[in-house]
Design a protein around this ligand. Structure first.
Ligand code: BG6
Length: 494
């Protein structure tokens, strides 16, 4: 493909999705109301939804179309980034139809409604099925869709793709088993595995920042980088999701997927084309270059204060009072390849920490010889994923009329260049890309398995061990134990 074709493809990515019917399993659930309908509505307002388009919402409870449309409108008003006006909301919800369906039961009502709506909306039998349901349904639904003939075969002019939420498995064995089951029903190109971090503008910008600024990417090697530090801190306790969270913990809820995807973008080589298959290959190669997790610690929050608010400890919740689950994970690993050999990557994620932020700090090496008095401050390229999105570079400059040096920041913040409304929510980007059959922002099978392979031995080990006394931290503070993963003499940004 020539450069101009590559460019045409990038532009095409920003246009209108293909004609289709969007079938949402779990349409009355939490994800649908908070994320999926608001995202679809934002796409509608941005004119990214095709004119030949309709939505079929599936849930257990009976509802008329009108009742369900009213519900969706209310949820848009409650949760959406863009709320539109009453006319636009009405136009949008008129594309929605509701069907009560027993997921384990007979799918002929779904076949029937598709048989009616597809010709009337001209959606060309293109279908996107979104499974916003419990993971235990990830194989049952595709199986039933296949049996009743709603999934197209390879080579068919129409598409039928499936979007799956995380978690994709709970360890290596279950992820492999789920993959095997799905592959009996679907081909890989039909499966869109969501990792909402890939939908974040700032995560995608890592790719653009590196590969469209050659001098920057030139610095991304062990020759110049002392360490890479990726931090995803949350200042909330687990709350209502505690029963689910207790079955996964921070390692599986956050590190195995989101953190590893951010790492892959930071460490990957430039793909030879800006296309899904080539991007996935490069990301997989990075994950496969990590031979093992070099050092890892876990910790669980106890009662404490977050921003002066008193909060309960994790085990203070009766439902998980004997839990050994990790609410914080810190680790060190090496990407054993030519570019990164010898540079430690430090990764941290957790709940009930002092503040919410996600950031990547690339700490650059000191000069081999210094003409100036030594300072502990090093050059850092800081990629701020959230909440204040931007990129900063910390350099040293001479203090006027003195011989001393002072660290200063070269800052780029999104706010200064783009309106906040122009930054889409992660789900808008991901749903639009899935509807456009662009898989570049979805996790492919090899990346997923490579990541599970790394963490599986740790998951198995942790299952056998109770938390020790030093594996707790007061909510609202950084766990002391994280220091164990740092190598002597490294500059730490946290
Ligand atoms: C989800 C996790 O995937 O990501 C949650 O299940 C976590 O536990 C959330 O809170 C964080 O997402 P974000 O976009 O707020 O960083």
């Amino acid at each position: 493909m020539s450069q101009s074709q590559d460019f045409t493809q990038l532009i095409a990515r920003q246009n209108v999705a293909k004609p289709q019917c969007f079938v949402l399993f779990g349409a009355t659930g939490d994800l649908a109301k908070r994320k999926i309908f608001p995202a679809l509505f934002a796409l509608f307002l941005d004119k990214k939804l095709p004119s030949r388009f309709c939505i079929i919402g599936l849930g257990r409870k009976p509802n008329t179309d009108e009742e369900f449309r009213k519900y969706v409108e209310d949820k848009i008003l409650e949760f959406a980034r863009l709320k539109g006006d009453s006319k636009s909301r009405r136009e949008f919800v008129e594309k929605i139809f509701y069907l009560a369906l027993d997921i384990d039961g007979d799918y002929s009502p779904l076949k029937k409604i598709l048989g009616e709506k597809e010709p009337s909306f001209g959606t060309q039998e293109n279908r996107t099925f979104y499974l916003a349901v419990a993971p235990s349904y990830f194989t049952i639904i595709p199986q039933k869709l296949k049996e009743i003939g709603l999934l197209h075969d390879k080579g068919c002019a129409s598409f039928a793709n499936i979007i799956i939420e995380k978690p994709f498995g709970t360890d290596l064995t279950s992820a492999l088993a789920l993959d095997l089951e799905l592959k009996k029903i679907l081909f890989e190109e039909q499966i869109y595995r969501i990792d909402h971090y890939l939908g974040k503008e700032t995560v995608q910008n890592i790719f653009a920042f590196r590969f469209s600024n050659h001098f920057i990417d030139h610095l991304f090697t062990s020759e110049f980088v002392e360490s890479v530090q990726i931090v995803a801190a949350e200042d909330l306790v687990v709350g209502d999701r505690v029963e689910f969270y207790d079955s996964v913990g921070c390692l599986r809820d956050f590190c195995q997927n989101h953190l590893m995807q951010v790492l892959a973008f930071i460490a990957m080589e430039a793909p030879s084309r800006n296309e899904a298959e080539f991007i996935h290959q490069e990301k997989s190669k990075v994950l496969r270059s990590i031979k093992k997790i070099d050092a890892i610690v876990r910790s669980q929050y106890e009662k404490g204060y977050i921003n002066t608010d008193a909060v309960h400890g994790y085990r203070d919740d009766e439902r998980v009072k004997n839990s050994n689950i990790d609410t914080f994970v810190g680790m060190r690993l090496f990407v054993d390849n030519f570019r990164w050999g010898g540079t430690p990557f430090y990764l941290f994620a957790g709940k009930a920490l002092p503040r919410k932020y996600t950031e990547v700090n690339i700490v650059l090496k000191k000069a081999p010889f210094s003409l100036f008095p030594q300072s502990s401050q090093q050059n850092i390229i800081s990629i701020q994923i959230q909440p204040k999105e931007g990129i900063s570079i910390i350099i040293r400059t001479k203090v006027p009329a003195k011989t001393s040096l002072k660290p200063v920041k070269l800052d780029f913040y999104y706010d200064d260049y783009f309106s906040s409304e122009s930054i889409p929510e992660a789900y808008e980007t991901l749903i639009f890309n899935a509807m456009s059959e662009d898989r570049s922002l979805f996790t492919d099978r090899d990346e997923l398995i490579a990541s599970w392979e790394l963490f599986d031995p740790i998951i198995q080990e942790w299952k056998k061990q109770n938390l020790e006394a030093d594996e707790f931290y007061p909510a609202g503070s950084w766990p002391e134990i994280m220091k164990k993963v740092f190598l002597e003499g490294h500059y730490l940004v946290i």
